[in-house]
Design a protein around this ligand. Structure first.
Ligand code: UDP
Length: 232
């Protein structure tokens, strides 16, 4: 049974009440849903790339919702209640950071920047700080400290992983959820829809900025990322 439909994925219940199926769609959106398109096979690529990422993180002691891959577009995941927070890490300046502060794209940051956004489409996912999140009861201080710690660890693992395939991890967004035992675990997806990835030598963008900014064929970019992962 379809439980939830988001911009890029659907979530279905299964016979096991503690597991869901995530189905990756071909829909792409940007600018809070203002720009939309259906891009054939994007869902397949994001499912495959996310699977590789969740497996890599699991192998490095990060708890995730991923259970197993079911098909080209489907993965079995642990049931979680998604926290209404988007967690963003920036290693290199890009996107909304440049726009908001008038900073040029591509500057390497001395330390990763940890950002939170309120997951709320109606208000355009506004950025907020820890005090805001606590006041709005989106998470406790302890939970936010845990999110930061996990996300910084994940950043180190992902940076190293992508560098081996000559990709710079510019920035990315994560979502976490609470499992049935109350543990906070990594959920959602990790794909070029949610990470900015640039070629180390040419700075070619192999992520969703191709769609956001009409920088070239999106599928070709995502296929390149997957191909580099597979021959690593
Ligand atoms: N991101 C995402 N979903 C969102 C917002 C951001 O996956 O709703 C990702 C985005 O792909 C990028 C990183 O988070 O890798 C930082 O995004 P940014 O804040 O620069 O926003 P954007 O440029 O997408 O408006």
């Amino acid at each position: 049974m379809l439980l939830y439909e988001g911009k890029a994925k659907q979530v279905y219940s299964t016979e096991n009440e503690n597991e869901f199926i995530v189905y990756f769609k071909d829909d792409a959106t940007a600018f809070n849903g203002e720009k939309k398109a259906t891009i054939s096979s994007k869902g397949i690529l994001n499912n495959k790339i996310s699977t590789i990422m969740f497996e890599m993180l699991h192998d490095n002691q990060i708890n995730t919702h991923f259970v197993k891959s079911l098909s080209d577009r489907e993965m079995l995941v642990k049931k979680v209640e998604i926290l209404p927070l988007e967690v963003i890490i920036r290693n290199i300046t890009a996107g909304s950071f440049c726009k908001r502060y008038g900073i040029e794209e591509g500057l390497v940051l001395d330390e990763p920047i940890f950002e939170l956004s309120y997951k709320n489409d109606e208000y355009g996912d506004p950025m907020l700080n820890e005090d805001h999140a606590v006041a709005m009861k989106l998470a406790t201080r302890g939970e936010i400290a845990f999110l930061k710690d996990q996300t910084l660890k994940i950043n180190e693992l992902m940076k190293e992983f992508f560098l081996k395939m000559n990709l710079k991890l510019v920035d990315f967004k994560l979502e976490f959820g609470k499992d049935v035992d109350g543990n906070i675990i990594l959920a959602d997806e990790i794909s070029p829809d949610t990470c900015r990835l640039w070629d180390v030598h040419t700075n070619e963008k192999l992520d969703k900025d191709r769609f956001r900014r009409d920088l070239g064929d999106l599928v070709q970019g995502y296929e390149e990322v997957l191909a580099r992962m597979n021959c690593k």
